[in-house]
Design a protein around this ligand. Structure first.
Ligand code: B12
Length: 433
């Protein structure tokens, strides 16, 4: 390396398809902002968000770091191969390289397994000293405190996003749902940051829309409450995801409403059985009761449904739509079960020979990538589309709006935004099976 020239790091967020104007309504990669934050100040950090930018393949970089969720992995590997062909070393990190480090290593000089913060500075030192190792494994987090620097938002400059005011109050989740990657890799505890530090960062946002990127913001009510209480009067409207069980606690519901919640995302997962969401629904209240409590507090609740569990037969779509008509979450969303590598679900389907392929770019929640047990892959795909359309007919939308006495306009707006794409459904290729 030339003396006096700072080392240059390029951080890449790979895109899987062109988004057009919808790119202005995305959230920027928080993963890369945190990798940037963990980078020592003597490094110059540049970001390429492929949703917005061309990748600067001809740039002069000391190192390229690329993040990848599973659906981005194929593109990430292509970008990595191109930089390595030019002699620039590449590090891959993020959830997909974490769960399949051996595969990622075929396209990278080093792989970061798990969180960057504990290992990143050491990796950069090793690189500059010419002793880069194949992989750097962060310990699986334990304890209930999270100590991380603030995200480095300046790397986002020059692009337009829905908001750049995003942060995590905590990481990790103890529930260990079979279809989710979080518990195995980010620890089985809720690790929260110091509430004062979170509030200081929130105050720096200076009003407007912000989004919490926690796995489960309200997972530990007693630790979430001081943060919410401190948000009152900050002029922030916020969104985030949580477990429906937060609605068991009237004080927590009140604090969520008073702190400026614009909408909360909860996983209902399946309206049948207890297999999908058992630990989360071990509640003395029904999901419908909890949803009603949230609505009554004037909070918009987005309820996520997954189709394709092993006890789902062809009747599941109708059953789910009727259930939603009864409990009326402000905004239902529907996903196809996707067995992500690194999950118990993936291991089981793989052992049972039920994976249709391992073409990672198609592991995107919108294609059936495995053989369902009680219906064909084709039927599952069609049922998913039918349910989405049926849940977004005007009568269905209006009944949800009327059931949300304190947030009718917002609920209507969110529903109309979701209705548009749902009405256009059914024109794509059906599925893979
Ligand atoms: C917040 C979140 C979102 C936000 C993303 C906001 C944003 N742009 O940042 C939203 C709601 C938009 C979202 C959408 C989706 N998400 Co999401 N999301 C999460 C969640 C809860 C947190 C991610 C996060 O920001 N964490 C904070 C950062 C700091 O942590 P991190 O990403 O792990 O990064 C750290 C390390 O991994 C590592 N690292 C990461 N990248 C790199 C790169 C380098 C070079 C290095 C060295 C290290 C490194 O260092 C970082 C700092 O410690 C995770 C769950 C989880 N805990 O991972 C799911 C998760 C990432 N999402 C998931 C999925 C499936 C999706 C969707 C595909 C869902 C869908 N139905 O559409 C979409 C995809 C959207 C897209 N852009 O293409 C899955 C991914 C599984 C997989 N194997 O791919 C996860 C793991 C949840 C799960 N149930 O398993 N998501």
């Amino acid at each position: 390396m030339k003396p006096d020239v700072p080392p240059r790091l390029l951080l890449v967020y790979p895109a899987t398809h062109k988004l057009g104007w919808a790119r202005w309504f995305q959230l920027p990669s928080f993963s890369l902002q945190m990798v940037a934050a963990a980078t020592p100040p003597n490094w110059e950090v540049v970001m390429a968000d492929e949703v917005h930018d061309h990748i600067p393949f001809d740039g002069d970089f000391t190192l390229v770091g690329i993040t990848a969720m599973t659906h981005q992995a194929v593109r990430a590997y292509k970008i990595a191969d191109a930089f390595r062909a030019k002699g620039i070393p590449v590090v891959l990190g993020g959830i997909h390289p974490t769960v399949l480090p051996g595969e990622a290593r075929l396209h990278a000089d080093a792989v970061v397994i798990g969180e960057a913060e504990p290992v990143w500075e050491g990796l950069l030192d090793d690189l500059l000293a010419g002793r880069l190792r194949d992989s750097y494994r962060a310990p699986i987090p334990t304890g209930n405190r999270l100590t991380v620097p603030r995200a480095r938002r300046e790397i986002l400059a020059g692009r337009r996003y829905l908001t750049t005011k995003t942060l995590q109050a905590g990481r990790g989740c103890p529930y260990d749902c079979p279809f989710c990657t979080v518990t195995n890799y980010f620890g089985n505890t809720f690790r929260y940051r110091d509430p004062e530090e979170v509030l200081a960062e929130l105050r720096s946002f200076n009003r407007g829309l912000m989004v919490f990127l926690d796995d489960n913001l309200l997972g530990d009510p007693e630790r979430a409450k001081p943060i919410l209480a401190g948000m009152k009067g900050l002029g922030l409207r916020w969104g985030g995801q949580a477990n429906l069980r937060f609605a068991e606690d009237p004080e927590l519901i009140r604090l969520v409403a008073e702190s400026g919640c614009a909408g909360i995302f909860v996983g209902i997962e399946s309206v049948t059985g207890s297999h999908a969401n058992h630990p989360k629904t071990g509640s003395r209240y029904t999901q419908a009761d909890l949803i009603k409590r949230i609505r009554d507090a004037g909070i918009v609740v987005e309820a996520s449904i997954i189709f394709g569990f092993d006890d789902h037969d062809e009747g599941i779509f109708e059953k789910t739509v009727r259930y939603l008509e009864e409990c009326k979450p402000s905004l239902p969303t529907f996903h196809l079960l996707t067995p992500y590598p690194g999950t118990a679900l993936f291991r089981r389907f793989d052992e049972e020979g039920r994976l249709l392929h391992k073409d990672w770019k198609r592991y995107n929640h919108s294609e059936v990538v495995y053989r369902p047990r009680l219906m064909s892959a084709e039927r599952l795909y069609r049922g998913w589309i039918e349910a989405r359309k049926e849940a977004y007919t005007w009568p269905a939308v209006l009944s949800r709006v009327l059931a949300n006495p304190h947030g009718r306009l917002t609920t209507l707006a969110y529903n109309v935004l979701r209705k548009g794409p749902n009405d256009l459904l059914g024109r794509e290729e059906p599925c893979n099976g």
